[in-house]
Design a protein around this ligand. Sequence first.
Ligand code: PLP
Ligand code: COI
Length: 356
Amino acid sequence: MQTISDTIKVEKVKTSKIDKVDFNNLAFGKVLADHMMVCDYKNGAWETPKIVPYQPITLDPSAKIFHYGQSVFEGMKAYKDADNKVWLFRPLENQKRINISCKRLAIPEIPEDYFMEGLKALLKVDHKWIPTAEGSSLYIRPFVFASGNGFHASPADEYKFIIACAPSGSYFAGKVKVLIEEKYSRSANGGVGFAKAGGNYAGQFYPTQLAVEKGYNQVIWTDDNTHEYIEEAGAMNIFIRINDTLLTSPTSDRILDGITRKSLIEIAKDENIKVEVRPITVKEVIEASKNGSLKEMFGAGTAAVISPISTFGHKDQDYDLPELENSYASILKKRITDIQYNKAEDKFGWRYQVSI
Ligand code: PLP
Ligand code: COI
């Protein structure tokens, strides 16, 4: 029987750009690999994905993405091990999540095999773009948007699902200073906070700019109702260690169900670290900082991996985190990246090999 992978057409670039790239000095998501996967939704169905040279796309100015922001995306990474084998980390979770996001934005869901087979076909042609320098990987950006046109405020009748890849280094340069938000909100009950909707990020840029002007890198979002509960960072879920207990907020309508987050919860338990998934108040974190029981705060996400927070600000006051040896952040980062880069046993079955 013919499968979708047999029908994916591949059009390769005439000349690769790869020789122009300095793989030892990679920024995050700035240089794009030679090819992309494109899959169109037309006449009520997703068409067969195809691999084409990475290139600009042409859209009608009335395409609904421009007016109504109907778009969702994912973030994944491909890793290369010492034997040049290529690995993904829990890719079926991204495949499921993009459809959770699509559903919330009234975008037609993508068939599971289109996502996975399209991605594998793309990695087959662009596997040379997976960097091998310490801490680097090929960042994979699957995204879907309304390409159908017309100013009527209703879901489009045409969509594009594209996967593009960027060899990338660290998301943050150095330690992260965060500001706990007291005014703006990222999401609300019944909203789209749990989805990876493009608009969630656009809405964060202005409050984040204000925080950057004050010397912070990121905002820590609090609940929209009271601003008393810590929710997540702009592009990461958040973990807080008080004494020897690791806390993280429960996911909800407002918080993205991060794949890194749920993996770290399992790894921490496997390390016999006590984990509590429960609402965390700003008040308890400030108290813990004052009485010395606040040991660590870190963000967790695909792009940022685990990013230790050095300082948090709240109401014009900064609170510094101690520098710890053998921090939970360092233990967990080693465990998760060793699985991702195929450097250690994967007792959870999360690694996914891609044949190239
Ligand atoms: N929270 C937000 C708002 C994000 O954008 C991300 C990044 O994807 C995360 C959390 C972390 O999710 P994941 O670990 O699945 O990358
Ligand atoms: C990721 O971690 O993959 C994300 O999608 C975060 C992004 C906003 C850079």
